[in-house]
Design a protein around this ligand. Structure first.
Ligand code: AMP
Length: 622
């Protein structure tokens, strides 16, 4: 079929389109209405239908391929490799479900998962899905304050964690951070379930902390049936950064998400039951939710969970996994490929990668050099795909499962089925013409799988993302983009203060708030600056309260490390005595960013004191 036809059908008759796609998953009770959009922008998909993500990801496949691999957890940090068949995965998930129930978790309760990339993290997620608990996975690289703000918002009844993660052979203890986060938070969970990997000592809190191994031993024979959930009940919350310092809890449903993932596995990722999928992301990010845990399993594929660096023990590690497990589809981020490009090519060439049919890259702009290099090395299509935590699956890409449409260098591709993508001129609100820069927006209703709301704050969802254009509610991605005459889109960076470091989304405001908590910092501006390897890095310009007190760049970085995690640490901290602002006191972050990148700082008529810009230049020694 032609993609254009397929896409048109999804836009002109969305209800028929998604009704057909809904047949890709199992329903316990059929839905009575495909879409309820009576209260825009809130879309309710597959109303009245009952299903379950864990059933579709695990139990469903036990009947036909129970002995085949489902979850392959590989750690080059601890030198372990564990492979679970669908039957074994179900047994583990049932044990986890029983353990959670024994700790008081009921349908609708939140369970916060703060875990390294180990199989138990996936068991915990799937167990929540099985019993209708709402998981909230927090990236293991986040530190105490980031974690505490998420605990306060999600109010989990249970936290699942481990003694430590590991990076480059060095244990990174989680438990002290977790204890500090719980101490900081005002919504303390009654129970904490801890997996002891033997990597770091753990001080257990009497009456609160529970040892996983002991509890599991008591539930070895557990059978916990699936709880069937109405399609619009929440499945999970995943926090993401925005313009304010307070992260937003992206809330997703059950049925719409399952259908969207099943459709994307078929049309975008062309995954077949029995094959192996390898996404190199982390379960703390949206790619980990959609394409390490749920998507591949819903398609009946084995999925690989990898803990470790892409270059350890040597830069051939990923390709050795491709060879060993005959990976057919691989998903990674441009930053990782840029890291590999700097290594000697022999490592990559030494393995048989003939099973691989395509490499998908997302999370940040894919530059042409990286794309062409990896395409030559692998000799498979390289498929860029553009999306966000909020959407859960690609907005722009090339759906090779429908038509072998050519890719275009520098472009993530065409609008994906279900997304009525619009480009809107920021100034006059008009639709942009070909090759005209605008804000990438999506006309409501958003397709299945996208966020339902901001957890606990419908108004914030409406106020943050939605605006009205010619009588229609339109969702903003906060990305600039343009579309060429053939419908290919190009993404040109964020419109807000969100930056993208190595494919990780960070809010500059969060980093600023953390830095100003240093007792000797009075004010700070954080901007994202172009970086050859990571896409962008954070750079801070701070004003000290007492310039004579000994405050170093390292002191400021340590505050960020301790509060938010090393992932948010600025690459440089410069000290200045003034920051460029408008006369009304608004920080001119874009001008600072332009100077850092050697560009023209733009229209400076509104600036309060032009000397502040010279200070930035001097700090950078330009
Ligand atoms: P996240 O919510 O962490 O997945 O980050 C989403 C943001 O990452 C988007 O709004 C874009 O700014 C950026 N992004 C994701 N994928 C791509 C891509 N393929 N090309 C360009 N930018 C991307």
């Amino acid at each position: 079929m032609k993609y254009a036809e397929f896409y048109q059908r999804s836009i002109v008759t969305p209800e028929q389109f998604w009704q057909d796609e809904a047949a890709l998953i199992d329903w316990n009770t059929p839905f009575t209405q495909v879409l309820d959009y009576a209260k825009p922008p809130f879309a309710r998909w597959f109303v009245g239908g009952h299903t379950n993500l864990c059933h579709n990801a695990v139990d469903r496949w036990c009947a036909t391929q129970g002995d085949q691999p489902a979850l392959i957890a590989i750690s080059t940090e601890t030198n372990t490799e564990r492979c679970y068949s669908f039957n074994e995965l179900r047994a583990e998930v049932e044990r986890w479900a029983a353990m959670m129930q024994s700790l008081g978790v009921r349908k609708g309760d939140r369970v916060l998962i703060y875990m390294p990339m180990i199989a138990e993290a996936a068991f915990a997620m799937l167990a929540c899905a099985r019993i209708g608990a709402v998981h909230s996975v927090v990236f293991g690289g986040f530190a105490a304050n980031s974690l505490a703000s998420r605990i306060d918002d999600a109010k989990p009844v249970l936290i699942v964690s481990a003694d430590a993660g590991s990076r480059n052979g060095k244990a990174i203890p989680y438990k002290p951070l977790l204890d500090e986060a719980i101490a900081l938070s005002s919504a303390k969970p009654s129970r904490v379930l801890l997996v002891d990997r033997g990597l770091a000592p753990m001080a257990m809190v009497e009456g609160r902390d529970v040892d996983y191994a002991a509890l599991r031993a008591a539930h070895l024979a557990a059978h916990v049936p699936v709880t069937w959930l109405e399609s619009n009940e929440p499945s999970y919350i995943l926090y993401t950064s925005g313009t304010t310092g307070k992260p937003k809890g992206v809330q997703r449903d059950v049925g719409g998400y399952a259908v969207a993932l099943a459709a994307s596995m078929k049309y975008n990722f062309c995954g077949k039951a029995g094959e192996t999928f390898f996404a190199t992301s982390d379960i703390g990010w949206v790619v980990g939710h959609s394409y390490i845990v749920y998507g591949p399993l819903i398609a009946g594929m084995a999925t690989i969970m990898y803990e470790g660096l892409p270059i350890c023990p040597d830069p051939g590690i990923w390709w050795s996994i491709v060879e060993k497990y005959k990976v057919t589809r691989m998903f990674s981020a441009p930053t990782a490929i840029r890291v590999l490009r700097k290594q000697a090519p022999e490592f990559m060439r030494k393995y048989d990668k003939s099973s691989l049919k395509a490499l998908y890259l997302a999370g940040e702009p894919l530059d042409e050099t990286t794309s062409s290099w990896i395409a030559d090395e692998l000799n498979v299509p390289i498929i860029d795909n553009y999306w966000q935590t909020e959407t859960g699956w690609p907005i722009l890409s090339i759906a090779k499962g429908i038509e072998d449409t050519p890719t275009r260098l520098g472009s993530p591709g065409l609008a994906m089925y279900g997304y009525k993508v619009r480009l809107i001129n920021e100034i006059n609100g008009q639709e942009c013409g070909a090759n005209e820069k605008g804000v990438v927006m999506v006309e409501g209703p958003l397709p299945p799988g996208c966020m339902q709301t901001v957890y606990g704050d419908d108004q914030r969802f409406v106020d943050t993302y939605w605006s009205e254009h010619d009588g229609k509610m339109v969702y903003s991605t906060f990305d600039w983009g343009l579309r060429d005459a053939d419908g290919y889109y190009f993404i040109l960076g964020r419109t807000d203060d969100v930056i993208n470091v190595a494919g990780h989304r960070l809010g500059t405001r969060e980093i600023e708030e953390s830095i100003t908590s240093h007792p000797n910092v009075s004010e700070v501006a954080v901007v994202g600056v172009e970086d050859k390897l990571k896409g962008q890095v954070a750079v801070a310009f701070a004003i000290l309260k007492d310039a004579n007190a000994a405050t170093s760049e390292q002191d400021v970085m340590s505050v960020v490390d301790r509060q938010l995690g090393a992932v948010a640490r600025p690459a440089r901290v410069y000290f200045v005595t003034q920051l460029p602002k408008t006369r009304s006191g608004k920080l001119l972050r874009r001008s600072i960013q332009a100077i850092c990148e050697g560009r023209n700082p733009g229209d400076l008529t509104a600036i309060e004191d032009p000397a502040s810009l010279q200070q930035i230049q001097r700090a950078l020694r330009l």
